[in-house]
Write a protein that binds this ligand. Sequence first.
Ligand SMILES: [Zn+2]
Ligand SMILES: [Zn+2]
Length: 273
Amino acid sequence: MEVILTGTGSPLPDANRAGPSTLVKANDIHILVDAGRGVVMRMAGADTLPLFLRAVLITHLHSDHICDLNDVITTHWIMSRGNAPLAIYGPPGIKEFVARQLHALEADIGYRIEHHDALTHGPKVDVVELAPGESFELDDVFVSTAATVHAPVRPTLGYRIEHESASVALVGDTIPCEGVDDLAASADAYVQTVIRRDLVELSPNPMLQDILDYHSDVEQAAQTAARAGVKKLVLTHMVPAPSKEQYPEWVALARKHFDGDVILGDDLTAFSI
Ligand SMILES: [Zn+2]
Ligand SMILES: [Zn+2]
C-alpha cells in the first residue's frame, strides 16, 4: 500500500498546507480519509482524482475535515458523467451532511444538467453511516472502525485499512484512547493528527488553548505508537504548522517515547508499507 499525506494542515489557513486528508492506494483501490480544504487539488498532485476513488472515509464532522467534500462529490459527478456512485462512509450525521451539500449545490446541478446532454441526473452518492466496531471489504481491502474521543464532537471514528500483509491506522482528531490502540495494534503505520502542546500553551489566544483537551499532542501520539507496537508513526494536521527547520524538534519529542520511524513533512509526503 502507498499512503500519501494529501493535506497536513489544520483549520488554521496556510498557503502551503491543505486541510486534513490522507490518501491510501492499495493497487488500483484508492481510498480518501477526510476531505479538508484543497483536497481535490492535492489529489491531482498525488496522481489520482475523485473519479478513481473507491471510497471516502470521514472521521468526524468538524468543518476542517469535510469542507471540500462538495468538491469531491461535484468533480466525481462531472468526470464520471453521472454514471458512477461515490461511496462515502462516516459516523452518524454524514448522511444528513451530504444531503445538505447536495441541496446547497442544487442550482449548479440544475445548470449542468440543462447544459450537458451527457448529464441526466445529479450526483449519485452511496452514503453509509458506520458504528464503531463495524468493518467492511472493498474487494481485497479490509476496513475496520473504532470509536475515538474528541468530545464534544460525537461520534468520531478512526479507521484501519488492511491489504495483503500491510496495515495502516488512520485516526482523526482524538485524545489517546482504547479505540486508537485497537486500530493501531501492530500496524505498519499509524497516522495521527497532532498538536504541539508546549507551543500551543504559549499562545495568548483562548480559542487555541481550547484545542489542548481534545487532540493528541506529539508525545501522546508517540506513546500510543509505542504501546501499539507500530512500525511508523505519521504526524499530520500539525498545530502550529512547522517549518522544515522545526521538523527535528517534532521528531525529538516523539523520540522520547517511540523508537520506530517518525514521518512528517509537507503535503504529498508519501510512504509505502
Ligand atoms: Zn481537525
Ligand atoms: Zn476535529
